[in-house]
Ligand binder design. Structure first.
Ligand SMILES: Cc1ncc(COP(=O)(O)O)c(C=O)c1O
Length: 361
């Protein structure tokens, strides 16, 4: 067993060299095409990683929740986009305090009804903010569903005194489902929808912000895109390395180190990481995690504190063996850990806190 694996398990292991390379790859494409990179921090939730992204040239950070942005302020971030639907007056004072600590705070507007609710939140604390309106381009989550609705929403925003329309965003998460199709075709389809709505609104100054980890690198090369907001590219997982193929297996930089704790029957090994480590996210085929070293060892089932390892290489495992796993989807995994073990040059080099874990308010 490699020396560095003699750490207590289960734990998350962050390969620092690979992470730096993942950050640099996306940043280079954005830099070369004059597109802002505004990474979504929901994946890493860590001040140190945010610092690395900003030092590499990120224009700002995207987050889902106000508390994530609050937790990552020590990174020195000056521009934040809260890409969510804020409606609760309790959020008003927090938005105001956050805006005072930043140079720029953008918030999402996702429908006419939500725009009215956000107006009340901001009016309650006498705060005016630039907003980015959401267009649904196929995920069928937040955002206007038709061109007419998009144009009407822009008009509603114009009439609300505490909202200043700055741009248009979309989260094209459906690109994961279309991973087998030509990437540029998918990206162009999404972008066309955004550009068409901007044209109908009649304001070419509105910024265009699409771009997740599947589409981000391609979107950044397309004319008309102003910023992209990928999240999971920073570490990668099975969905990016195998399904979407936006990175190689070896570039995945965040893994779960677990110990084989029992072998109750042939064809089955139990490891000390279950749903409380891996989360409940699975691949469409129902798998949770995969041995990083390429052996046929797959976590296909779990209970809270046990992972059930199956596959043709499982019987060769010994009780006490430690192995690293690539996760099906990395984002919820970070939200379950207080800290990560840093791996630098093949050695353990301390631990970093996951400051924004659990920050869902
Ligand atoms: C609004 C928004 N932007 C960006 C992202 C980043 O997605 P990914 O992790 O696929 O890059 C997400 C992910 O859920 C999102 O909801």
């Amino acid at each position: 067993m490699e020396e560095w694996k003699k750490v207590e398990t289960p734990c998350l292991v962050l390969d620092i060299e690979k992470t730096v390379a993942n950050i640099e790859r996306m940043q280079t494409i954005c830099r070369e095409h004059g597109v802002e990179l505004r990474p979504h921090i929901k994946t890493h939730k860590m001040v140190e990683i945010a610092k690395m992204q900003l030092a590499a040239g990120a224009a700002g950070l995207t987050c889902a929740k106000i508390s994530e942005a609050e937790a990552l302020l020590p990174s020195g971030v000056k521009s934040v986009f809260v890409a969510h639907s804020i409606v609760d007056p309790l959020k008003g004072p927090r938005l105001k305090a956050l805006s005072e600590k930043l140079d720029e705070l953008f918030v999402g507007v996702t429908s006419a009804g939500q725009a009215q609710a956000l107006e009340a939140v901001l009016a309650g604390v006498d705060l005016t903010l630039p907003v980015i309106m959401a267009i649904d381009t196929g995920l069928v989550r937040e955002g206007t569903r038709t061109k007419e609705e998009g144009v009407a929403l822009a008009k509603i925003i114009e009439d609300l005194p505490h909202l200043k329309l700055h741009g248009i965003y979309t989260h094209e998460g459906h690109a994961y489902k279309r991973a087998g199709e030509d990437r540029e075709t998918v990206c162009r389809e999404v972008l066309e929808q955004l550009l068409e709505i901007r044209k109908l609104i009649g304001n070419e100054d509105l910024k265009i912000w699409p771009g997740c980890s599947v589409t981000g690198a391609c979107m950044a090369t397309l004319l008309g895109v102003d910023a992209v907001r990928p999240g999971s590219y920073v570490f990668g997982d099975h969905s990016l390395a195998v399904r979407a193929k936006t990175m190689t297996w070896d570039q995945v930089s965040l893994t779960v180190l677990a110990t084989v704790i029992d072998k109750p029957e042939a064809g089955l090994a139990l490891i000390d990481a279950g749903s409380k480590v891996f989360s409940s996210d699975k691949t469409p085929e129902g798998q949770t995690a995969f041995a990083q070293d390429g052996r046929d060892i797959i976590i296909s089932h779990f209970s809270e504190e046990h992972g059930f390892a199956t596959g043709s290489d499982v019987d060769a495992l010994q009780i006490g063996d430690k192995l690293t796993f690539v996760t099906a989807h990395v984002c919820p995994v970070l939200n379950l850990a207080d800290k990560v073990v840093l791996l630098r040059d093949g050695r353990v080099d301390g631990r970093w806190a996951v400051e924004a874990r659990g920050c869902s308010q």
